[in-house]
Design a protein around this ligand. Sequence first.
Ligand code: SF4
Length: 303
Amino acid sequence: MKAAVRMVTRSQSRATGFGSLGNGEEPPPPGNREVAAEERKKHRPVKRQRKVQKLHVAYEASDGEKNEGTDPLEVTVWEPRDWKQELANIRTMRSRKDAPVDQLGAEHCYDSSAPPKVRRYQVLLALMLSSQTKDQVTAGAMQRLRARGLTVDSILQTDDNTLGKLIYPVGFWRTKVKFIKQTSAILQQHYNGDIPASLSELVALPGVGPKMAHLAMAVAWGIVSGIAVDTHVHRIANRLRWTKRMTRSPEETRIALEEWLPRELWSEVNGLLVGFGQQICLPVHPRCQTCLNKTLCPSAQSF
Ligand code: SF4
């Protein structure tokens, strides 16, 4: 509609310039101003809205269903008010990349000289060890395991007691010994010693949760399948109100974030927020006074 109005204005402008009416007629002689005005009225171009041919889209609401004044093709997606600035601030605070996750995260614990499927197995194992465990502790356990040659076969040949000693003191180490053995046996039997390349198959493995599966897909296979949400991402997303309503679990937070966060940021957000949670937005006594988001964050006053 704007284009049509602009077109009319231009033709009016032409009509008043250079002494022509724009329709081929000569201007009236001076002294006959009233007559000239009448003539101009008669020849004034009629404003007409350009008819736009409308395509019918199968999922469009019918005329009766439409809300007046709304564009039927526009979908309103909720997003947090200041998230872009808050994200930019977090990027600035994380620019030194000196948080534990940056050097010791599960994606840094595998042997880069090992064959691809061994590397992928080591990534998965590091992720399994990392839950409820500090990055430094996970990295230490991975170092001890790798010193013995860390493959599916080597783990299956290691007795539970020895494996427990190697991974101690990772969180829930006894349970993890059991899960690592079960998962390794499945990988040997069904995946030729490799790890599966789909999210559904990964989460079906004993001891592998959604966060680990999404990270394994990203690190081992280079596929972004979703946002990896751990306790840091879960806590910070809620403090910044990056979820429409408060969420009670990392999985709920993942779903809430994926509803609005642009997909191209999904792989970045985990590492960014985990490190931010390790250094500034700590679980207890967050360092709000040094945080660049302190004037934007709805939770800053609470501490
Ligand atoms: S202001 Fe405090 S609670 Fe908010 S993001 Fe920063 S550190 Fe976290």
